[in-house]
Design a protein around this ligand. Sequence first.
Ligand code: HEM
Length: 478
Amino acid sequence: DDRLTKSKYKDVVFVGPTGTFGTVIGFFQLLLGFRDFIQEGFEQHYGKLFAIPTLFQMTFVVSGHDLIEDVRKASDDQLSLYGSIKEGMQTDYTMEPHILENPYHFKFVHLALTSNLGGRFPELREEVITAFSELVPPTDSWTSFPAWLTGKHVVLRVINRLFVGPSLCKNAAYNEINDIYSDALVKTALIMGFTPGPLKPIVSKLLDSYIPKTLRRAMEHIGPLIEERLDQERMFGKDWPGKSNDLLTWLMEKAPESEKSLKAITIRLLATVFAAYRPASMALTQALFDLATFSSYIQELRDEIEPIVKEEGITKESINKMYKLDSFIKESLRLRAGGKSSMPRKVLKDFTFSDGTTVLAGNTIIAPGYAIHHDARHYPNPNEFDGLRFARLREEQDDPVRYQIISVGPTFMMFGNGRHACPGRFLVSALLKTMIVHVLMTYDIKLEQDGVRPVDKWYTFTPAPNQTAGLMFRKRAK
Ligand code: HEM
């Protein structure tokens, strides 16, 4: 196979396992060391293409402005995000064989949420407040809550408010199903990813029951909701004033005719919940850990937030004026997140970079988000949490746009880059800010163990917040 032959890539440096393809030693080196190989390649060959032989292909890593720009500008039929998601998530086996040929549900994120974020903001705010008051009831004395579990449930509620409306989003059983489904997707995708092509159908059959069973449980909730909405339409007309305008509405109305079955709608819905809630809950949990760890920011942020909230309330416009808050959250994202997958692209046609190197079709290109975010060339003292780093840059350079959470580019790759940059980032930014504002206004917060920030957990390639640690909350004292 030419694409796996090292001599086909004369100008490319190889980093990674010393074992060759398919050997047990190479496989385990890769499994345990992939992120270290990326870091090592990044440090030694910054600005040049380097390759890591992975299980069934080469993974090419780009860094530096020019190579990242080449990837950004490439057309979808050369370098494909969906090709990469198809492979990474093994969608043929975990979702539906053709789901990424027409990922209209991704477009609906933009149409139903981003372009209408102002209109939906009051619901977002309301759900943030009710979710916190139920899941983290304010008490006079300090009480510990499991940080990751609580963060996940708060985020699921708010996201589902915007996806399926005010009643189902509060249904703990439905939210649990979303969580279980997402877990099952990740685990099945991992196993299928390690399974050689010819064995996939057999292994997939062996693993078969869990995802379909969870999907059926979700359909038991979505089915009646669809019926209820159709009944309302029959009674009050197609565009009645109380009609919902959420992701489910878009899927019911705008999906292709062949995709309007309950099963197809539910799969698209759950696939979008998966893309949305996991990274968003990780971001929330990490930001709360940072708030509790670097507690001097609590007063500083309150000083910024309170006059704005007093004057304008919590609105989409008012949270945009909170520069320090934006900076604090962005710094938490920079330091804690962005695994290997910033800007993953499957090479569909042989691709030649501006420096003349060619990558053969069938391989994968990635930008090493985590390494970029920890690079002293871009971020002085890169391993230090500096909550006002971006607020200062914003002020010094008099540039209100470039340093916001939502701004993407070759030095901030949390949300990818270019045409496919995450369309959910506007929602994430609003969501995280609203949540942190609510927490700062309502609670005092501290670590369980003074000065000891819970250690991150790495899932082979991706960092995640500690999953077992608690955070202490009490009703705000002053
Ligand atoms: C902190 C939270 C999030 C992070 C870190 C994140 C990160 C990403 C990244 C890295 C990509 C790939 C971009 C590229 O390759 O250029 C992406 C794509 C995407 N994200 Fe997010 N995301 C987050 C939250 C969300 C949310 C809340 C939603 C939905 C409401 C969402 C929906 C999507 C969709 C639909 C795509 C595919 C874009 C396309 O079709 O071109 N994400 N996200």
